[in-house]
Design a protein around this ligand. Structure first.
Ligand SMILES: Cc1cc2nc3c(=O)[nH]c(=O)nc-3n(C[C@H](O)[C@H](O)[C@H](O)COP(=O)(O)OP(=O)(O)OC[C@H]3O[C@@H](n4cnc5c(N)ncnc54)[C@H](O)[C@@H]3O)c2cc1C
Ligand code: FES
Ligand code: FES
Length: 478
């Protein structure tokens, strides 16, 4: 595959604060954050290098439902070549320059934070500003800024109230240069390849080209949003000789809805799915807000979450309870399998070398009663200790006609508790049925103890969530 817009495979460009920046000779595994700082854009800070603090937040210009938006992301989780062809804004671009005075006039977002005392040591401030900046210009925003947009930004010293006050005080965005930018299309990602002599990064623009690359270079590794792989690179020192980006592959970014199913492209980010799946079951919205932070959700893909096969990944319980299937493509063609057959061991899937997860198909109708629960140390922006998605249909007599109980964090793979589902079929949905289901769950799950929770705690949670589900259904019916 030849590079499209770069003169050689060791050069690429991106747009930074309105100007083209060429990259040559930088390490393939360098993060965008490190590069920005080396270029002198030191507003973005490194707090954690693993997507937890938001000090490194920058904004990308991206397409959204046919329009253009600013999308706040963690620059510590973007490898530098992922920036190729993208348009990026850092906090340095916000203030209006006043060259004669030698200083800038603060942007309304900066002004609001300054006026309300939303910054003390200032380490977190550029990150908050950039998340709020993206929210300030959110297309279609009618009211004050949504403070949940700041959910991926942590502050150690100011306290959050003044920052919230600033967000709530901001009115509509003016018709300034940033609003005008949104009237133009976002950049289309280009096909390109980059090598620093040790590691390569390529971005094909079709599924066939991806599979071809893997055929020629079998030791390549797919990278989608990079929110798992970049943490491996930054904190665990992993290196990858060849990364193949899925970000520009249209077949992985499709959204198809028919009367029988929705088919979700594996390369769509979680927030993109949130915007597209307007008639999703309510459990999907519960799930989405509990998944990481808005910053991570702006890059993390559904396919990446399933492919990691983490026993505590959050997508699997939701999709297992929705009876989803996955579509896989490889050199030998395509296959579709039920999601529960996708996971075959601790962090192992049925994906053959070079095979790619293309899409996830969710059949209709959705279950009538469904809840997603995440047990974690913090309510938001945390990894699950146990996750469960529980779904039921009841017939007119109030008896269980269909049950799906899906769990994460209770075995080495995410699983359906089939025995529990079967044992209550035909029973009235009553405390007796709950007790039978809990017994069957006890026999099915094999939790382990780790720093997040003991095996006993996990088992107790798996059982008590069924009770919680029953309670919430009763409340809903009352
Ligand atoms: C701060 C933070 C918070 C997080 N919180 C959560 C959370 O609450 N819940 C949760 O479940 N996870 C969480 N994660 C983990 C991570 O964000 C998710 O697993 C995410 O969905 C991974 O998607 P990605 O596109 O970034 O994957 P990547 O990092 O790009 O890839 C992950 C793996 O999947 C492979 N892969 C990617 N796409 C495909 C494909 N289409 N076909 C085949 N293989 C593929 C890659 O080769 C790699 O091995 C968190 C991560 C961070 C950094
Ligand atoms: S440095 Fe903490 S999220 Fe990037
Ligand atoms: S102002 Fe110090 S960390 Fe937020």
């Amino acid at each position: 595959m030849g590079p499209a817009s770069s003169p050689s495979p060791s050069v690429f460009s991106f747009k930074l604060n309105g100007k083209t920046v060429w990259v040559q000779g930088a390490a393939t595994h360098r993060t965008l954050l490190d590069h920005l700082r080396e270029l002198g854009f030191t507003g973005a800070k490194e707090g954690c290098a693993e997507g937890e603090c938001g000090a490194c937040t920058v904004a990308l210009v991206k397409e959204n439902s046919g329009g253009t938006e600013y999308r706040a992301v963690n620059s510590c989780l973007m490898l530098l070549p992922m920036a190729a062809g993208q348009e990026i804004y850092t906090v340095e671009s916000l203030a209006e320059p006043r060259p004669l005075a030698g200083e800038g006039e603060l942007h309304p977002v900066q002004q609001a934070i300054a006026e309300r005392g939303g910054s003390q040591c200032g380490y977190c401030t550029p990150g908050f500003v950039m998340s709020l900046f993206a929210e300030y210009y959110r297309p279609g925003r009618r009211q004050h800024c949504d403070t949940t947009a700041l959910g991926g930004n942590l502050c150690r010293c100011t306290g959050y109230r003044p920052i919230r006050d600033a967000a709530l005080a901001l009115g509509p965005a003016p018709a300034d240069r940033f609003s005008r930018r949104l009237a133009e299309p976002a950049p289309a990602l280009n096909e390109f390849a980059y090598s620093d002599g040790k590691a390569c990064f390529s971005r094909p623009l079709s599924l066939a080209a991806c599979l071809d690359t893997l055929h020629q270079e079998p030791n390549s590794r797919w990278i989608a949003g990079g929110t798992d792989l970049a943490v491996d690179l930054n904190l665990r020192g992993s290196t990858f000789a060849r990364l193949v980006s899925l970000e520009g592959v249209p077949e992985l970014r499709r959204w198809i809805e028919t009367s029988d199913y929705v088919e979700i492209g594996a390369g769509l980010t979680l927030n993109e799915i949130g915007a597209l799946w307007r008639n999703a079951p309510a459990a999907f919205r519960e799930w989405l807000t509990l998944f990481a932070s808005p910053l991570v959700r702006n890059r993390a893909t559904l396919g990446g979450n399933l492919a990691t096969a983490s026993p505590i990944g959050d997508a699997a319980p939701l999709l297992l309870a929705l009876d989803a299937e996955v579509r896989l493509a490889g050199a030998d063609g395509e296959r579709t399998i039920p999601l529960e057959r996708f996971f075959i061991g601790y962090r192992k899937t049925v994906l053959a070398p070079g095979e790619i997860l293309v899409s996830i198909r969710v059949p209709k109708p959705w279950p009538e009663l469904m809840r997603f629960y995440k047990v974690s140390k913090r309510k938001l922006d945390d990894i699950s200790t146990v996750a469960a998605c529980l779904a039921l249909n009841l017939n007119r007599a109030g008896r269980v006609s269909m049950a799906r109980f899906a769990y994460g964090g209770v075995a080495e793979i995410p699983l359906r508790a089939y025995e529990a589902e079967q044992v209550i079929k035909g029973m009235p949905w009553s405390p007796g049925a709950v007790a039978r289901a809990q017994e069957a769950v006890t026999a099915r799950v094999r939790p382990i103890s780790d720093h997040r929770g003991s095996a006993g705690y996990r088992l107790a949670m798996a059982k008590s969530l069924i009770e919680k589900f029953a309670f919430e259904i009763r409340e809903q019916a009352a």
